[in-house]
Write a protein that binds this ligand. Structure first.
Ligand code: GAP
Length: 444
């Protein structure tokens, strides 16, 4: 994990947030390559969930909702973690994770293990961030930052049913920020207090719920494989009854083998009719489906819930490679070309040669209208290649002496290091085709 954190920082993917003020624990800012990579993850998710299907529509709901939403959803009372305080070291721990935590005074021991430890009784701690809406600071103005995007979907069920004229099975997909006052954030982007989610609520006739639950687990697993994760590093783990969230009838996690061990990448839950029933009772608006023949029912919900930050972390961990090529160390991110932040680099071999620079800049102008590409004329060509390898750029086009003679360029492949010659005029079409090709990680 340290190597990933250091690469992210060195190459401007992700920085610790508020650094000039000493940082803010487990808060991160995404830099240029990080933003581009995360945007690609979100775009691939929307393609798979919305663009390539006919039964899912998109939504973007508000982050601060009417607080009654969170009462009805059970979050005000049920979205809690058990917490203990140590009166000696003044640290706070999750009561159910003492065995994974370190004592504030003796880090080799767990909290409660030394004679000095003085732990309080466990009490329930609500993970929602509270805020105030408007100028009044009283109970009537209390509101919450959403801890999941899902509720913004449930409360729009009727709008979508009527305005998008859908009937079950159909889904509503949303990407957006969520906030949780996690007691033990950590492991870089894995658990932070402000993060993004990619959630889709799929509304189905109740008798079809089990079938769709199985279907979505496999669809989502296949999406991670499609974008490069090694199958050997992915597994599906059904939840035990005592781990189920308050709304879930069944749930399975797609887990990834992170450097910290197997942990959740995405959760798929069968939420039954819990949410639509709760919001119907609480709001007085019937959230049900009424068929043309007059049949009515409350749909069940199957929910694949992932997040671009955790996906970003898994994709980077999986893509990271170190190797020696021609006696030189090379660090390479073997990212799927559709995820890589930069699709191609354009490199004039001799930066002082005006003709080479002219041709390279011409190619840059042509390609940048269609792709995220980068021009680099700084330093030895070998160093420029290695800089691109480190950020996962799949292709590099080099303009050299021969280009000036016959208008061809060299293209270098990041993974195989193979080089071939292409006509300059054909580069755009070649790149378009290369980025469209199926790609599998060369890693074992
Ligand atoms: N609506 C269901 C739900 O929110 P979840 O398993 O708590 O389920 C879904 O969250 C996804 O949101 C996770 O798989 C993860 O990708 C992301 N996520 C949740 N908490 C997170 C955190 N503290 N930091 C980063 N990502 C988080």
């Amino acid at each position: 994990m340290d190597k990933i954190v250091s690469l992210c920082r060195r190459r401007g993917f992700v920085f610790p947030s508020s650094e000039i003020y000493g940082g803010l624990g487990s808060a991160y800012d995404y830099g240029h390559y990080g933003v581009l990579t995360k945007n690609n993850i979100k775009a691939r998710w929307l393609e798979a969930m919305v663009q390539e299907r006919e039964d899912i529509v998109a939504i973007d709901s508000a982050i601060i909702l009417n607080p009654r939403v969170w009462e009805a959803s059970g979050h005000v009372t049920g979205f809690t973690d058990p917490l203990v305080d140590c009166r000696t070291c003044k640290l706070r721990f999750r009561a159910d994770q003492l065995a994974q935590s370190s004592c504030g005074r003796k880090p080799s021991k767990h909290p409660g293990e030394t004679p000095d430890c003085d732990l309080t009784e466990a009490r329930q701690f609500n993970l929602m961030f509270k805020t105030q809406v408007g100028a009044l600071e009283d109970a009537s103005s209390v509101a919450y930052l959403r801890p999941e995007t899902a509720q913004g979907i449930f409360i729009n069920f009727k709008n979508v049913l009527q305005l998008a004229r859908r009937k079950p099975p159909f889904g509503i997909a949303q990407i957006g920020k969520s906030f949780r006052n996690e007691i033990t954030p950590g492991n870089f982007l894995f658990r932070t207090r402000e993060f993004e989610q990619m959630e889709m609520e799929f509304f189905v006739p109740p008798q079809e719920a089990d079938e769709w639950f199985t279907y979505w687990i496999e669809q989502r697993r296949a999406w991670y494989v499609r974008y490069g994760l090694r199958e050997s590093h992915l597994r599906v783990r059904p939840h035990e009854a005592d781990e189920l969230a308050h709304y879930a009838r069944a749930a399975s996690d797609i887990e990834y083998l992170y450097p910290i061990g197997w942990s959740e990448l995405e959760g798929i839950a069968n939420r039954g009719d819990f949410d639509l029933t709760q919001h119907t009772e609480s709001s007085g608006t019937k959230l049900e489906y009424v068929g043309e023949g007059g049949e009515r029912y409350t749909p069940n919900v199957i929910e694949p819930a992932g997040g671009p930050d955790r996906t970003f972390l898994a994709l980077l961990v999986d893509a990271y490679d170190e190797e020696v090529v021609a006696d030189r160390d090379r660090t390479v991110l073997r990212l799927h070309p559709a995820i890589a932040p930069i699709k191609a680099a354009i490199l004039p071999l001799i930066p002082r040669n005006g003709d080479m620079v002219g041709k390279a800049r011409g190619l840059l102008d042509d390609l940048r209208r269609r792709f995220m590409v980068e021009y680099d004329d700084n330093g030895q060509i070998g160093r420029r290649y290695r800089r691109q390898d480190e950020i996962g750029t799949p292709f590099a086009f080099t303009i050299d002496d021969q280009t000036l003679e016959d208008d061809t360029v060299t293209v270098r492949d990041r993974d195989s290091l193979a080089q071939e010659r292409l006509p300059l005029a054909g580069v755009r079409a070649w790149l378009e085709e290369a980025l469209d090709r199926p790609w599998r990680t060369p890693k074992e």
